[in-house]
Write a protein that binds this ligand. Structure first.
Ligand SMILES: Cc1ncc(COP(=O)(O)O)c(C=O)c1O
Length: 436
């Protein structure tokens, strides 16, 4: 692997980073290592591999060479010290939140998260002693700071919210978090690392649903946790990272290690791999990792075109009869447009949402009469997609959060793909005009 590939620009790293052809029979494309387990070679090496002291492969529930290439590439693209790829975005979100608040604790988050993340923090993780403290505006830094208590373990936000596209003040949130000895965890799914790299603005952990723009073709599920490697976990708040841990220790020699003592600035990501992945087992398959590596190669060109089309469609919708509001904060005068300029100068992403006049029946007619847009609960596909969030992707969001979450029953979300933008606009125009 050449240094140029590792240190190059985004587009170069997206194609070359994290993969060494010479160790892979000179294969140009990353091979699919369809092997459940690997030869440990000798007893000493087996011990070191199983204890996490040696990097290499023993069993594909913990690490696999195809998945490893994806992890190294995503870590390089996000600017982290390490990454763990998982079987879905929700595995990445829940592993990161559980790892930081292990043993019980609270996490501050906005209500405008993806529906399953609201459900995780509001309903499900509380059953395991991890509680979400929801704020109505994550950019109200005074309110966020006021919500931090002794058992607060992290601030969690989406960089660009799905489906409102509101942009989080990552730098401001990181400063607040660090003042209180807690990390900032950012779900960077919507913009992808091409448009925004939260670690550059102080985030400590980045998670993605790689199902979306990173894979880019709607053909594989995946998630990733990326560790910035800068947070000091040794402040008494994170016993999971500083307490002694059998799996990485040598109990016969009485030599006990914690994740921090053993792995230093990689403590968090190693715990995700050696405890969470190894125990809960939401493993990324080598085949899906392969599809995601292929997707990454074209991420930059896809994002450029899709962002240009999304902007054109958002602008167009502003003048379409029956459309009441358009949410796309790259447009001037929207809430958080200033943060869009600061953090996402090349575009905020490929989703947008809009509300229409009338009632749910009008929404249903629009959904049922598009020909180019597919009615699909996904984003970041090369195909353009349309959905009604409160009935599908965000149905877990309690109705009293709707205003702050930027959703309601008249809201339609679009994910813009690679079709010709004129066809997309014509399709929306006929669907909206015919729905009344
Ligand atoms: C912002 C965001 N985070 C996480 C997820 C969950 O990802 P997955 O469906 O890959 O589990 C989604 C899915 O839509 C999402 O939009």
């Amino acid at each position: 692997m050449s240094t140029a590939a590792e240190d190059g620009c985004f587009e170069t790293k997206a194609i070359h980073a994290g993969y060494d052809r010479q160790s892979n029979a000179d294969a140009v494309s990353v091979p699919i290592y369809a092997s459940a387990a690997f030869d440990l070679e000798n007893a000493r090496r087996g011990d070191a591999l199983a204890g996490g002291k040696l990097s290499g492969f023993e069993y594909s529930r913990v690490a696999n060479p195809t998945v490893d290439a994806l992890e190294r590439r995503l870590a390089a693209l996000e600017g982290g010290v390490g990454a763990v790829a998982l079987s879905s975005g929700m595995a990445a979100v829940t592993y990161a939140l559980m790892c930081v608040a292990e043993g019980g604790g609270r996490i501050i988050a906005p209500v405008n998260l993806y529906g399953a993340s609201v459900d995780a923090l509001g309903d499900f993780l509380p059953k395991f002693g991890i509680y979400g403290d929801f704020v109505s505006d994550i950019n109200d830094l005074a309110a966020v700071e006021a919500a931090i208590g002794d058992d607060t373990k992290a601030i969690y936000t989406e960089s660009v919210a799905n489906p409102s596209t509101a942009v989080a003040d990552i730098e401001g949130l990181a400063q607040v978090a660090h003042r209180h000895g807690i990390p900032l965890i950012v779900d960077n799914t919507v913009p992808t690392p091409y448009l925004l790299r939260p670690i550059e603005f102080g985030a400590d952990v980045v998670v993605h649903s790689t199902t979306k723009g990173i894979t880019g073709h709607g053909n594989a599920l995946g998630g990733v946790v990326v560790d910035a490697g800068r947070f000091d976990w040794n402040n008494g708040k994170f016993p999971g990272l500083t307490g002694k841990e059998l799996v990485i220790s040598d109990q016969r020699a009485g030599k006990w290690e914690s994740f921090v003592s053993s792995f230093g600035n990689q403590a968090f990501i190693k715990r995700i791999r050696i405890k969470y992945l190894r125990t809960f087992g939401a493993v990324q398959s080598p085949f899906n990792a392969y599809l995601q590596l292929i997707g990454l190669e074209t991420l930059a060109v896809r994002e450029k075109q899709e962002v240009a089309s999304a902007y054109a469609i958002a602008k167009h919708l502003q003048s379409v009869p029956r459309v009441k509001t358009v949410n796309y904060v790259a447009l001037e005068g929207q809430p958080t447009t200033d943060f869009a300029h600061k953090y996402l100068p090349n575009g905020i992403g490929t989703i947008l949402s809009f509300t229409v006049e009338g009632d749910e029946r009008n929404v249903e007619r629009i959904l049922d009469s598009t020909n180019v847009f597919s009615y699909v609960p996904n984003i970041g596909d090369s195909r353009s997609l349309i959905v009604n969030p409160t009935k599908v992707t965000h149905r877990e969001v309690p109705a009293d959060y709707y205003d702050a979450a930027g959703v309601n029953d008249n809201l339609i979300r679009l994910s813009i793909g690679l079709e010709n933008v004129d066809d997309l606009i014509a399709d929306l125009d006929q669907a909206i005009a015919g729905a009344y």
